[in-house]
Write a protein that binds this ligand. Sequence first.
Ligand code: SF4
Length: 716
Amino acid sequence: MNAIKTVCPYCGVGCGLEVIKNEGKSTANGTTSKWKVRGDRSHPSSQGMVCVKGATILESIDKDRLLHPMMRDTLDEPFRQVSWDEAIDRIVNQIRHVRDTQGADGICIYGSGQFQTEDYYTAQKLLKGCLGTNNFDANSRLCMSSAVSGYVQSFGSDGPPCCYDDLETTDCAFLIGTNTAECHPIIFNRLRKHLKTTPWAKLIVVDPRRTQTAEVADLHLAIRPGTDIDLLNGIAHLLVRWEYFNPDYIEECTANFAQFAEVIRDYTPDTVAQRCGIDVTDLELAAQYWGESHNVLSLWSMGVNQSSEGTAKVRSIINLHLMTGQIGKPGAGPFSLTGQPNAMGGREAGGLAHLLPGYRSVKDPQHRAQVEQFWGLPAGQISPYPGRTVWEMILGLERGEVGLFWVAATNPIVSMPDLERTKAAMRKSPLTVYQDAYYPTETSQYAHILLPATQWSEKSGTMTNSERYVTLSPAFQKHAGEAWDDWEIFAEVGRRLGFTEQFAFANSAEVHAEFVQLTRGRPCDMTGISHGRLLAEGSLQWPLPDTETNNTNNKGQRTNDNAKRLYTDGRFHTPDGKARFAGYHSRGLAEPPDPDYPFVLTTGRLYGHWHTQTRTGRTEKIRQMHPNPFIEIHPRDAEKLGIGDGDTVEVRSRRGRSQFPAKVTKAITPGTVFVPMHWGLLWADNAEANALTHPESCPDSSQPELKACAVQLRRV
Ligand code: SF4
């Protein structure tokens, strides 16, 4: 049997996988798996490479699955198995009830970057179109929304302008707020190979920790948490002072440089080095590398995005590229790495509270009219107001404004910030629907209705990776139990609400075919992409209008440079075609350390684990690789507090507390501590581990910045 080509459902690198029949051979742990997985050499993004998560994905697929719809009236009762009819009737009745009593804004769906694009699209049609509320948000809010806003505000549209080939053509890689070696390992492999064979190429890493990524850098800038904008403005200041900027590009392709130049004027090297806690010579070296390189590529992820000033940080990175003309050419550009497998597809399908499909905005009357007309809905049906972000959904539950909270393919009871507050709000929810592949998860105990969803190997749909390659992930296993695809659940609810025409899809290929028509003429035009074409030709990169020929090389990569990178002609999606500078002064940490809470706690991922461990916690090899959480603490701080390596340390923030074994290491800067983000109640030996407020934030929302929160430490 031929190998089934698919895509890894973990991170946004989007590695191609091949799944092949195992002919009943035993696996390492003694079980017999029908299938085995390997890297797909023909995939243009990963070229056969795969990390431990992709390589072990099959191990988690069959374990602890939610097999049947379940229901209960209150959170104190046990669940009882019900039919799909009964479960969907209950949801439809609640939607009608909430719409009649509170209005449609009392209905909220919180989805996931684990969705396939077809799931996202169907949910947007149901909620934003048919029900007239924009209260759909996804867990991409917790990671990608700053990058979306940064791109939109600077370029007039979302969409990373780079491609992975740029990793192999850059002569200066500037990595800020990303531990790429552990979080996006295949991207890092490609970059490392290039750096090893290109001795003049430089790697600059900006991170308060000496991560595995920083270990191999030519220059590691271990800045104080919260000083990213100071650093970026300081580099910009030196680029101007040393005349490394590109006046022709600035004049022809950008606007607002004068305002930006005014902002960076005061960011002198001494001031910046002192604020960031780095040497002036290191700052100057960073600016020199930037200025002297022909092609500078910036990569960033959560260390930049997960911040109450995340958009300002993203735009400050983009400013550097605009002032030096380092964009729209090989080896250059501001490249946001997506954390989830289909965060990109979510953005394309309009899967955040302020978006509509095809990179449209709910605030734009023309965009709303285009989508209403396409969906066959009356004019004015789509609300002009952005819906609730996920944090605003939690606040709405607190205030009794939300009558239906529908969570799908995500685990907010581990991943949300201010977790005790989140839990209390969810306890007040009149009806919480939880649609997931697994049971139990930490979130299932806060639900009234559990809906079993198919996952990766059981459903056919598309995902888009960080470099805009769309890959089809075909079903090759039967549905677990009575599970349905996520898009099917949304479509059935829509039909029962009376929208039979809008949801007359026979399969996900039809959903996709409809969705791509909404991208026609848009920056993310993918009218040339279909399930059939993906099956026949492999992954395809957008923009790919149906009028365009797609020329590729023998690795499946596009040969037309103007198609694989955006903005090669220096024209952007703003009304005058010019990109926008924006100068920001840093506000610093939203919750800086003080005498009561003197340390800054940061979080991040480990190489093997994925998010809240719903899959990787069920994979033996990965559990053995990372059996326990830990807290990294600098030897100087440890000595002051009498903490030795391996001692149990209680970490307390203003919102919660937890305990971890200490890892005393110089990898972390004094005054800062680090904890991996993956352990919730289900996977922690210590039941208290879940009590700590999860220090990840909704970027640019009104809540405190929690990527880096103030904590106190004590040896237990
Ligand atoms: Fe999957 Fe990301 Fe690993 Fe690739 S790098 S195999 S996409 S987890």
